[in-house]
Structure formats: structure tokens, C-alpha cells
Ligand binder design. Structure first.
Ligand code: ZN
Length: 104
């Protein structure tokens, strides 16, 4: 495997990992707030948990949005000011599997 191919696979691995971080933060929202409300019976505590969750969501979305494509070097998920959850680069069309698809 060529060095360039290794770099692309490592970059794609990082992109996949960051996508999973976003999904994990989203999926943890309901159980965390429900459990907090059940255990504390306090809307204030639930609000604090929501605030912490929201900070994590903003951080993971930011990390997700600014990751660069290992093939073209541009933002993988962003084009202009729009963010996409597509599974391919918005500039060169590189997919998460490492294949080249036409850019959208
Ligand atoms: Zn690209």
C-alpha cells in the first residue's frame, strides 16, 4: 500500500471516528436527561445536564465540521457555510470507504 493511500485511510479513519462522536453525543441525550430527572426530581439539575450535553454537542459538531479531507485538503463535511452529514467529501467526492464518487 502506497504512503499516500495509508495517509488517506488514516484520515478517513479519523473522520469516521468523529462522526461516531457526534452520534454518541446525540444518542446519550435522552438517557442522560431522563436518568437525571428520575434520580434528582429536579428540573434545575436536568437543565445543568442539558447545558453540559449542549456544550459537548457544540464541541463535537465543530470538530466534525472542521475536519479536512485527506485527499483534497478541504473541509470534508462543509461547503461554503453549510454542513452536511453525507458520507463523501463535498469537494472531491472521496467516500468514507476510500472510493471516489462524483462530488455533489
Ligand atoms: Zn475531498
Amino acid at each position: 500500500m502506497a504512503s499516500e493511500e495509508v495517509d488517506i485511510q488514516a484520515g478517513l479513519s479519523l473522520i469516521r471516528r468523529r462522526r461516531w462522536y457526534v452520534w454518541m453525543v446525540i444518542l446519550v441525550y435522552f438517557p442522560a436527561t431522563w436518568l437525571t430527572l428520575e434520580l434528582t426530581q429536579s428540573y434545575r439539575s436536568t437543565g445543568v445536564v442539558f447545558g453540559v450535553w449542549f456544550v459537548f454537542l457544540c464541541a463535537t459538531i465543530t470538530l466534525y465540521g472542521v475536519i479536512r479531507c485527506p485527499q483534497c485538503g478541504k473541509y470534508f463535511h462543509m461547503r461554503n457555510s453549510t454542513l452536511s452529514f453525507a458520507r463523501s467529501c463535498r469537494h472531491c467526492g472521496l467516500t468514507l470507504k476510500g472510493e471516489n464518487a462524483p462530488a455533489k
